[in-house]
Ligand binder design. Structure first.
Ligand code: PLP
Length: 401
């Protein structure tokens, strides 16, 4: 997180020295940084294919379109995720169905099951703030109902669930290398999948001329072509992502050590409940989330921590319109499409009845309204860790009557 060093400089300069900043070649062989990044991610995530793209949003759109999801379909997403998850569903032409999270602050499996209709084609579990979703339950429900699972791993690059890398558990996994993610490429994203057909269709969708580049002519059994976008990753972004990906394991090790010490110390403290984390060992561990006990004023808890010099934030409050909370997704709640004729809710193919009424996902808002988050950093010293533990413990005890 936010480390840029010599490797990033060297790799970018190597690309400039090569004088080829575009990935595909005319000579039938692909020797590119983007291809190297994909190879590293195939190894890391364990899927048979990875496709580098220019953003996490593009990765989600590619995966949805590649899976054949579009007008007439509903896609279930959690109430707590970046607005891009909802926008990607709309860009694919489908209708987002917003469901509650639970005390893991990730999608509630019961809410998923309750929202399934004849129109539901897919679900997008989002591993928010590095915390893995309850994948066992989600996979079981999705399989029973024939839903395609696209994991949104934008905020949890490198995290895992019961030993399996996130992004490899569903049918496709979408990563982001935007600035504020685990590691960055400036802008960038990646689709991981072991589904040959989805990989080929994602590749075609990410480049309107994909099948025509010499580099791609030898691909096995290409599927029928169709119009694409330009979601290609540039060699410069790929070079930054490559350098950054070399940092990822050390970063995860340091963060996990820091968070596990704090969690261990705070587990039994009265006056707070820690977020339930489905697999603590797999948590990317850059965020500590807890709920002050009933009767404690969350704002007061938060400002006391700030006085003690502990940076923290409440999640849902009437202040900042956080785009990670569905209540602030203006164009979704208003069912506003790109234009009057390009509107998934009004598509002649759509016969569902999704609504976003007042009072939607109140459980999520209650949970988010009671949560406090402390961002952890790999460079936190033992003293910093002790300070967090002491401040949270003291505040909890002072505010518990
Ligand atoms: C950042 C983010 C995205 C979008 O990624 P971009 O690279 O910014 O397009 C999607 N989903 C979640 C949960 C995110 O945090």
């Amino acid at each position: 997180m936010d480390e840029i060093g010599q490797a990033e400089r060297d790799y970018v300069l190597q690309v400039l020295d090569k004088r080829r900043v575009f990935r595909y070649t005319q000579d039938g062989i692909e020797d590119s940084e983007a291809a190297r990044l994909e190879a590293i991610y195939r190894e890391r995530v364990g899927t048979s294919h990875c496709l580098a793209v220019n953003g996490g949003t593009s990765a989600l759109i590619c995966a949805l379109v590649a899976a054949g999801i579009g007008p007439g379909d509903e896609v279930i997403i959690p109430s707590y995720t970046y607005i891009a998850t909802a926008s990607a569903v709309l860009q694919a032409g489908a209708v987002p169905v917003i469901v509650d999270i639970d005390d893991t602050l990730t999608i509630d499996p019961d809410a998923l099951e309750a929202a399934i209709t004849d129109h539901t084609a897919a679900v997008i579990p989002v591993h928010m703030r590095g915390v893995p979703c309850q994948m066992d339950e989600l996979v079981k429900i999705s399989r029973e109902h024939g839903l395609y699972i696209i994991e949104d791993v934008a905020q949890a690059n490198g995290a895992s669930y019961q030993g399996q890398p996130l992004g490899s558990i569903g049918d496709a996994g979408c990563f982001s290398f935007q600035q504020y993610k685990m590691i960055t490429a400036g802008e960038g994203g990646l689709v991981a999948t072991s589904d040959d057909r989805v990989f080929q269709r994602a590749s075609i969708y990410h480049d309107s001329a994909f099948a025509m580049w010499d580099s791609n002519k030898t691909d096995p059994a290409p599927v029928e072509t169709f119009p694409g976008q330009n979601y290609r990753m540039s060699e410069i972004n790929a070079a930054v992502a490559l350098a950054q990906s070399e940092r990822l394991d050390a970063l995860l090790r340091r963060l996990r050590r820091i968070k596990s010490r704090i969690v261990e110390a705070l587990a039994e403290v009265t006056g707070i409940d820690l977020q339930r984390v489905p697999d603590p060992a797999g948590d990317a561990s850059y965020c500590l989330t807890f709920f002050p006990g009933q009767g404690i004023d969350v704002r007061q808890f938060s400002s006391r921590l700030s006085w003690e010099g502990i940076g923290n934030a409440t999640i849902y409050n009437s202040g900042v319109p956080d785009r990670h909370i569905f209540a602030n997704w203006d164009y979704v709640l208003a069912k506003r499409g790109v234009s009057a004729t390009n509107n998934p809710w009004k598509s002649p193919h759509y016969s569902g009845t999704v609504e976003y009424p007042a009072g939607l996902c109140q459980k999520s808002l209650n949970l988010l309204g009671r949560a406090i988050q402390i961002n952890l950093h790999q460079d936190m010293s033992d003293q910093d860790v002790a300070d967090v533990i002491a401040a949270v413990t003291r505040t909890a005890s002072q505010l518990t009557k």
